[in-house]
Design a binder for this molecule. Structure first.
Ligand code: 4NP
Length: 151
């Protein structure tokens, strides 16, 4: 079993989408995908309605996910940890215990745009179109991730 964790700040907008999108591209018997937030703001919450809506528009159901906070044990549980932006990266790296932990953490858009260090913008305070943009960016990145993982 290969385990992949998607991480953002709140675990209600971006990482639930990344979680649902990658899950839909992988065989659930061989891969486990999950998501978490670096903050404690939305523990137990359902994903933001706008993320649920953009997922639904793209034939994905993420409405049964619940927010949780990233914990240090996630470094042991997961093989790959994808973060949405540089601040998520800093927050996760702060909790790393060794170089192996650090090596697991990657900016997700470096999969679709290698070495560019691009960020998935936080759509929380913006309009609905921000969620479409986020969906499209994550879908492209997850295509690359799924292709690599299946090799
Ligand atoms: P996310 O978006 O990190 O993509 O889940 C956010 C959701 C909530 C907040 C910030 C970002 N917040 O400050 O409550």
């Amino acid at each position: 079993m290969i385990r992949i964790l998607m991480v953002c700040l709140g675990n209600i907008c971006r990482s639930p989408l990344a979680h649902g999108i990658l899950d839909s591209k992988l065989d659930t018997e061989a891969f486990k995908v999950d998501s978490a937030g670096t903050s404690n703001y939305h523990i137990g919450s359902l994903p933001d309605k706008r993320s649920v809506a953009v997922a639904k528009k793209n034939n994905l159901d993420i409405s049964n996910q619940h927010g949780r906070q990233f914990i240090v044990e996630d470094f042991e549980t997961y093989d790959y940890i994808y973060v949405m932006d540089k601040s998520n990266f800093e927050n996760v790296i702060k909790m790393a215990r060794n170089v192996e932990d650090i090596a697991k953490v990657k900016l997700i858009l470096n999969e679709s745009h290698p070495s560019k260090n691009l960020e998935v913008p936080d759509p929380y305070y913006g309009g609905d179109s921000g969620f479409d943009d986020v969906f499209n960016m994550l879908d492209k990145a997850c295509n690359v991730i799924a292709k690599k993982l299946k090799q």
